[in-house]
Design a protein around this ligand. Sequence first.
Ligand SMILES: [Zn+2]
Length: 198
Amino acid sequence: MRPSLFTSIIYATANTTRLTTAARTGLARFAPAVAAASVPRHMSFLSNLFSSSSSSNSASNMSYPDSRTADEWRAVLNKEQFRILREKGTEAPGSGTYDKHYPSDGVYTCAGCATPLYKANHKFKSGCGWPAYFDSIPGAVTRHEDRAFGMARTEIVCSNCGGHLGHVFKGEGFPTPTDERHCVNSVSLNFTPEDKKA
Ligand SMILES: [Zn+2]
């Protein structure tokens, strides 16, 4: 329904002395739809903002300090690690070694290049089926826009080797200091109990 038609309905109903229940119900149903009409503009503004800031740094175009070739990675990673870290795969939910792993100390490192990524005290119980962290070691994790599968998500990779870790989600309401969830594949990680300096 066009806004001009909506306006004329408002005037028409305002001019009748007895507003019927049907008209009231119709208006009540119609009003939220008009309010919702502003949403697409807002969304496209956001997505424009997002793509303009990240279109030039898609993960595959970025270079990283550790720039081993696919063959070099194949030589040091097992098949599942290669599929997830280098081909952006995902492990089955609830299957990962570190899904229900809650040590009091220690560091999770990149399974590709051994860079420390997350501390034990960044980890929290999300119940999502993958290890969840509310923050990372500063600078250790790089974010990219990911538009695969028709969704706009934020991919996270190791800042040193570009290895795929998972995705980060914001504003889900978890009671953590950041309200962010780094949803990471266990396969992308190793754990060391000693608290290495990043
Ligand atoms: Zn790495």
